[in-house]
Write a protein that binds this ligand. Structure first.
Ligand SMILES: *Cc1c(COP(=O)(O)O)cnc(C)c1O
Length: 457
């Protein structure tokens, strides 16, 4: 058997990417105030800012787009997607939304109230923001192993059941439901085991609480279960995904991830406890219940995408891609969050720039260096994103200084990954010349998006 795992697709339509010189990139990054979010995408060679909505659709999806029924109410496309979602989730009620955060907003507005608390392995930032906006506390209870980047564990996304039970005992009255995010994006795209999902659901049930799953990367999580959890090696990934979902009472989905589309999301519910409230909230902000902020053609593309995202050849290639880049980094002596997750590799910037003080934002500096060296765009997950400037002018710093490289689905080939591995190794070789940054201007919230920076001399 040949060992090379090939991309399980061939390319029918191509989108040129623009080569730039280092001198070009120096000028472009200066003009973007040393913030890669402020670059134009056409000035980026390999864009690994996010895997959200950035993937390539298949010829079958593009074909399905022509089948879109754009009727305002009761469109054929709605019923087609509804059936796909019902089969996958085992939940009868399907509510389309324009993306994941809209699903969260609509569901939470009816399912929880000020003063309550919602446990999760780790809340994604929009999930947290939507809960906090309602005055609900968003509590992260991932297992301790999930917080140690270099530690290898097969299911670093698992929720800590002891702490979850403690919370249920102490503050049970204030818990409207438990959540679980698969895979755990905030914790490095790490999977949750079937055993953990089952036990968490049973625990919640003992206390009379429903389980809501954030299923953005349910297919990647199911494939990790197949590859890593005893007893699942011969189970089809689709059946694993169905079992995962069988333990949930409801779910929210950003279809921009494992839905394999550029826009879309949904809520699915097992019973009608939140149905009427969610539909009313949907009509107010998203649209009529049979389109929920999407065009009929978007519903069609998603119906196909949800099936394609579960193909095992695709998932094997998908997970192997991240693992392969991890092996190349390991060989170059560069640290990263281990094991590699499904959708991204998180480089530990301190292993590249061990002498740079946190005050010079090493992960931001490394992000800039990757762009300057090879036109690669990643995203800093460190003290710019999570640190704060306090009223007295001092700064708080984040525990980890990571650079996330997130991979759009079906878009880049192995040679792009080989190129990136070389660029990262070259950056490490030039570490002594990499300059840190200071913040020149920052907005009060989410400063990484629009903040402006200057080199530290
Ligand atoms: C992307 C994401 C969301 C939010 O979805 P959007 O489509 O970006 O609004 C929620 N949860 C997780 C885990 C995500 O990765």
């Amino acid at each position: 058997m040949p060992k090379t795992l090939i991309e399980p697709f061939r390319i029918k339509s191509v989108e040129p990417i623009r080569m730039t010189t280092r001198a070009d990139r120096e000028r472009l990054l200066e003009a973007a105030h040393l913030n890669v979010f402020l670059l134009r995408a056409e000035d980026v060679l390999i864009d690994w800012l996010t895997d959200s909505g950035t993937g390539a659709m298949s010829s079958r999806q593009w074909g399905a787009i022509m089948e879109g029924d754009e009727s305002y109410a009761g469109a054929r496309s709605f019923y087609r997607l509804e059936k796909v979602v019902q089969d996958l989730t085992g939940m009868p009620h399907f509510i389309p939304t324009h993306q994941g955060r809209a699903a969260e907003k609509v569901l939470f507005s009816t399912a929880c109230q000020k003063g309550q608390v919602v446990p999760n392995n780790c809340h994604f930032d929009t999930t947290r923001a939507n809960l906090e906006y309602l005055g609900v506390e968003a509590l992260d209870l991932v297992i301790a192993e999930g917080l140690q980047p270099a530690l290898i564990h097969p299911f670093k996304g698992n929720i800590d059941l002891v702490r979850a039970e403690g919370l249920l005992k102490e503050r049970g009255d204030a818990i409207p439901f438990g959540m679980l995010t698969v895979t755990n994006n905030t914790g490095g795209g790490q999977p949750v085991s079937m055993a953990n999902i089952r036990d968490y659901a049973a625990l919640l049930k003992r206390y009379g609480k429903p389980l809501v799953m954030d299923i953005c990367r349910f297919a990647e999580n199911a494939m990790f279960i197949k590859l890593r959890e005893p007893g699942y090696a011969d189970t089809p990934v689709r059946a694993i995904a169905q079992e995962m979902l069988s333990y949930a009472d409801g779910c929210t989905m950003s279809a921009k991830k494992d839905g394999m589309v550029n826009i879309g999301g949904f809520i699915a519910l097992k019973d009608d406890r939140w149905l009427e409230g969610a539909r009313n909230a949907l009509i107010l902000s998203e649209g009529f219940p049979t389109y929920g902020g999407l065009a009929g053609r978007d519903l069609e593309a998603l119906a196909v995408g949800l099936e394609e995202g579960l193909q095992e050849d695709y998932l094997r290639y998908r997970l192997r891609t991240a693992e392969y880049l991890g092996e190349r980094l390991e060989a170059a002596g560069i640290g990263f969050v281990k094991p590699t997750g499904g959708h991204a590799v998180y480089i530990d910037a301190r292993t590249v720039l061990p002498d740079m003080p946190q005050a010079h934002y090493p992960a931001w500096a490394l992000t800039n260096a990757l762009y300057l060296e090879g036109g690669i765009r990643g995203v800093e997950i460190g003290s710019v994103m999570f640190g704060k400037r306090l009223a007295d002018g001092t700064e708080t710093y984040h525990g980890m200084e990571l650079v996330r490289l997130a991979f759009p689905r079906r878009m880049y080939t192995q040679s792009h990954f080989d190129y990136a591995a070389e660029v990262i190794a070259e950056v490490k070789g030039r570490a002594a010349h990499i300059r840190g940054v200071r913040i020149v201007r920052q907005p009060p919230f989410l400063r990484h998006f629009t903040g402006e920076f200057a080199w530290v001399d």
